[in-house]
Design a protein around this ligand. Structure first.
Ligand SMILES: Nc1ncnc2c1ncn2[C@@H]1O[C@H](COP(=O)(O)OP(=O)(O)OP(=O)(O)O)[C@@H](O)[C@H]1O
Ligand SMILES: [Mg+2]
Length: 305
């Protein structure tokens, strides 16, 4: 004989059966049925509670993950805001100082240049040349501080990258640091168009190609390669060079202003590049080790046809 009582959830849904079997045939009396019904009810409540508890646990986990995600987004947004405010404050301060230094600097340089017309002994000529070189370096530094500190207001226009780079790299070969180095371009097919500020992106390439040329020996190659990235729709420009890699301990702070390993470097090149690329909604990443050399990658959103 068999007695079966359904296990029902609190919503009345059947989730199983409590089964009682007896070898011999017999009738189950009312009390026995009631007992099994009571047992089934208790068991169903316990199973229901267990399921609800686990549902609650899963819900808590989802909630916690969501809160964590939102908190980190908020933190990032806050950090960006602080960074923007910090840059704005530095920018204003730097612009003021640079302005104050530039005018007397121009006068000093004019004076020094006038002195070059005099007939001077060798020692004084050397002194004068050094003074002029240092003044030029100071002027370059002032210009770079302004470039870094000023808000990046872009003059956006449609740019086809293959031809932009081909033309630009042909000019960059003339830079003093590019002498006796080979600059190779690997274009992308099909050609891609971005919205960019030509002058600012030229500045980016001057810095990246300049750095790459300075890192390699005469006769070596700097490779600029364009490639498509699908997720999201971006173009990736990589500038690759061999030579000594960026020391691992310097790498994390390499895009911070004034971080340089060169005796004459201002350390503003990559900081400026980062600001310009971020103003274009792009990304800058740097890899460097003794095996693959240094690869600077820039991703920029493309304009879809
Ligand atoms: N392509 C590269 N290969 C090897 N090292 C690099 C490369 N690019 C940058 N570096 C390292 O990163 C440092 C910072 O570069 P960054 O362009 O910001 O400043 P800099 O070249 O030293 O000075 P400047 O402001 O005059 O450009 C360099 O001093 C160099 O050590
Ligand atoms: Mg540089």
């Amino acid at each position: 004989s068999y007695l079966g009582v359904p296990l029902r959830t609190c919503e009345g849904e059947v989730m199983g059966t409590i089964c009682s079997f007896c070898i011999e045939p017999r009738q189950f009396n009312w009390e026995e049925v009631k007992t099994v019904e009571l047992f089934a009810e208790r068991a169903a409540t316990a199973i229901d509670n267990y399921n609800l508890y686990h549902q609650q646990l899963r819900f808590n986990q989802v909630l916690e993950a969501e809160v964590e995600k939102r908190t980190s987004e908020l933190k990032e947004a806050q950090a960006q805001l602080i960074e923007r405010e910090r840059l704005a404050a530095i920018g204003e301060f730097a612009a003021m100082i640079v302005h104050e230094i530039r005018n007397p600097m121009t006068t000093i340089m004019m004076g020094l240049k006038a002195l070059t017309k005099l007939t001077l002994c060798d020692r004084d000529q050397t002194r004068l040349r050094l003074a002029l070189e240092e003044s030029n370096r100071l002027q370059k530094l002032l210009k770079e501080i302004l470039l870094y500190a000023k808000p990046q207001l872009l003059q956006l226009e449609q740019m086809e990258l293959n031809s932009f780079l081909e033309e630009l790299l042909a000019n960059l070969c003339q830079m003093p640091e590019a002498q006796r180095r080979h600059i190779k371009l690997m274009p992308v097919q099909p050609a891609v168009t971005i919205m960019g500020d030509k002058d600012k992106l030229k500045q980016v390439l001057v810095n990246l190609v300049g750095n790459a040329c300075e890192a390699i020996a005469p006769g070596e190659v700097v490779t600029c390669k364009l490639a498509l990235e699908n997720e999201p729709d971006c173009v990736c420009l990589t500038v690759h060079n061999g030579g000594a890699p960026i020391p691992a301990e310097v790498l994390p702070k390499i895009t911070q202003p004034f971080c340089s390993t060169k005796p004459e470097g201002t350390g503003l090149g990559l900081a400026i590049v980062k600001r310009i690329i971020e103003a274009h909604q792009g990304n800058l990443s740097i890899e460097s080790d003794s095996e693959q050399g240094t690869i600077i990658s820039i991703t920029l959103p493309i304009v879809k046809n």
